[in-house]
Design a binder for this molecule. Sequence first.
Ligand code: NDP
Length: 265
Amino acid sequence: MSKRFAVIGNPVSHSLSPVIHQYFARQTDIKLTYEKVKGDEVLFEQQVSDFFIDYGKGLNITLPFKQKAFAMAHNRTTRCQLAGAANTLWLQENQLYADNTDGIGLINDLTHYLQLKDRKILILGAGGAARGIIHPLLAMNPSVLTVANRTVAKAEELKNDFPLIKCTGFDNLSGVFDLIINATSASLEGATIFLPEHIMARKPVCYDLAYKKNEPTPFVAYAKNLGCQAVDGMGMLVEQAAEAFFIWNGVRPETRPVLELLRQS
Ligand code: NDP
């Protein structure tokens, strides 16, 4: 019998998670269905409960519901606790469990492009995704980890939870960076974030957590135009999905062939 999985978010129609999980399923010979559910701000908790009552095995959470999912869980993994946001839910002995696989997904993908130890890293954005990647990035021992956000107060809130980071607004951004991670949702709105010239002149590696199927995201296009190596978050998406797949099914799928298939399709 097929196991039932889904991703819930809003917007969610762009999500590649159903395709990725079906690739993993074929690879590992596991039968599953994987739906997209448009989340509702008011009914979110009910939608999650209904999914599990209706024999759902596992649920991925995407923006803007990761904090709500975190709050709903009875049990959380350490990395989920540290992130304060959840992207993976499942039931165990009638209790709702939560994990956050975004951070490990990012690290697993990023290390294909550069080593992170002793690097100066800048994160743009202070939402659920930024929260999920700070601890795993700190664990790689960068020399500096700065978080810049449009709403400075939200970056400052993060500093309360992660005292080792520096935080700032976009307007007074300074310093030099080896790696810039765009964890804002600006690319989803088609908006570009422009950074000070002196920062981009150092040609940092630029990584956009967002991804687009058939074209570069605005941030990737902007960074490439300035001569930087730039990649989108499709690799992270596949890696975080692999971690969720492992939690739910106990089997670790191969990620790079799936990423290649997605890039080709
Ligand atoms: P949230 O809604 O929690 O946070 C959004 C963040 O983006 C906030 O910091 C917000 O700033 C900022 N922001 C939004 N619009 C703009 C803009 N026009 N200019 C500058 N800042 C802006 O979203 P998430 O953190 O959950 O997701 C962020 C991104 O990460 C999304 O693109 C999502 O698709 C991607 N993602 C990709 C994953 C992957 O596997 N590849 C996994 C998880 C996320 P403010 O506080 O000022 O509102």
